[in-house]
Design a protein. Structure first.
Length: 52
């Protein structure tokens, strides 16, 4: 599934630098951030997917 995210250019540039420094894609970095945020809130999206 594709999702478009609008963000300030400076934020994207910062995320691009982090991703490049870790030799990974921007998409992979954003997915990691989202997964960590959901887990911090006690949400396991993998379990919710299995329940459907």
């Amino acid at each position: 599934m594709a999702v478009n995210i609008r963000m300030p250019e400076e934020m994207k540039a910062t995320l691009d630098r982090i991703a490049a420094g870790e030799f990974r894609s921007l998409n992979s970095l954003i997915l990691q951030f989202l997964d960590e945020t959901l887990r911090a809130k006690g949400i396991d999206w993998r379990e919710e997917k299995a329940q459907k």
